[in-house]
Design a protein around this ligand. Structure first.
Ligand code: RIB
Ligand code: CA
Length: 315
């Protein structure tokens, strides 16, 4: 039985690696890409989603989401990380594909209600669409198969501030609503993404073995690799968003813990993801009444890499 997945995304270079994996994996049925601002504007991200599906040969709906956060002033897109067009200034071929009429939140609610217990939502951008979908129909929390979020930094430093990771920082209120909801949620924070590096040699392998997906991924990644070289001295890129899908297809590649999650929504720590381990109590009321979610705190890099390149380079 394939995993039916809606990928909520702000494509984005690492989002593109995740989209390629979702299309290529034999056990994933990619239902839709729902788009969100974040790495790029909503308009640019929606255009990128349509072009990526066409270029990679994917068959999925695209539903346009929110153009900004619930209440904070919108942050500037991360063009210094992903380039102005969100794809490292690489130009994908034009496509005449168009998004569906429904908004991202409406699409998520409709899909989950039509297939209760079957839909997994992987959210790899700011969580505004997730909060909007819960607002539109709170009952989806009991009908969704699982929500998997790439975001946050729990025991790891953040990538926007010392404590905040981009997806959470871009809409801390939406993230807090998403983490407070009583649905089966797994978080893939920087704790589990940062150990994984794709090098230029890895990208050459993808381009050689799977040119349709690998050549564009290699071309758009140079910008991203230069960013990681400049800020962290890394010799490659971190495919953060792939984690959200890899948890579904290869959960054995991760070390997971259980606990309640909350988000700092103001002050100097705004955007920080707060974790209280299951069974622990504290003087903080931030976790009162919150469900215990699953948090991926480390990754078996060898297993992750073998799976990713095994799927992308399969003949
Ligand atoms: O912090 C990394 C996350 O923010 C990834 O999802 C990346 O695509 C950006 O959205
Ligand atoms: Ca993303």
């Amino acid at each position: 039985m394939p995993h039916k997945i809606i990928l909520d995304t702000d494509p984005g270079i690492d989002d593109s690696f995740a989209i390629a994996y979702a299309i290529a994996h034999p056990d994933i049925e990619l239902i839709a890409l729902t788009t969100i601002y974040g790495n790029v504007t909503l308009e640019q991200g929606t255009e990128n989603a349509l072009k990526l599906l066409s270029a990679f040969g994917g068959k999925a709906d695209v539903a346009k989401g929110e153009s900004g956060p619930l209440s904070i002033e919108q942050n500037h897109p991360s063009d210094y990380v992903h380039g102005k067009n969100g794809l490292g200034e690489y130009e994908l071929p034009e496509t005449d594909a168009k998004p569906v009429e429904l908004s991202a939140a409406e699409y998520i609610v409709k899909a989950v209600n039509e297939a209760p217990g079957e839909i997994t939502i992987c959210a790899v951008g700011p969580l505004t669409n997730m909060a909007k979908a819960l607002e539109l129909d709170p009952s989806i929390a009991s009908k969704v198969k699982e929500v998997v979020v790439m975001g946050g930094a729990v025991f790891h430093v953040g990538n926007i501030t010392p404590v905040a990771e981009a997806n959470i920082w871009n809409d801390p209120h939406a993230a807090d609503i998403t983490f407070a909801a009583d649905w089966p949620l797994t978080l893939a924070p920087m704790d589990c993404t940062m150990p994984v590096i794709f090098t230029r040699e890895d990208l050459q392998l993808l381009a050689d073995e799977n040119p349709k997906m690998g050549a564009p991924l290699q071309a758009m990644s140079e910008f991203y690799i230069k960013f990681y070289r400049s800020v962290a001295g890394l010799h490659g890129l971190v495919p953060h968003d792939v984690m959200a899908l890899m948890w579904i297809t290869a959960p054995g590649a991760f070390h997971a813990r259980k606990g309640a999650l909350a988000v700092a929504t103001d002050g100097p720590a705004i955007g920080q993801t707060l974790f209280q381990a299951q069974g622990k109590t504290s003087l903080s009321t931030a976790f009162d009444g919150r469900p215990n979610h699953t948090v991926l705190v480390d990754t078996d890099v060898k297993m992750f890499r073998s799976n990713y390149f095994g799927v992308l380079c399969a003949k």
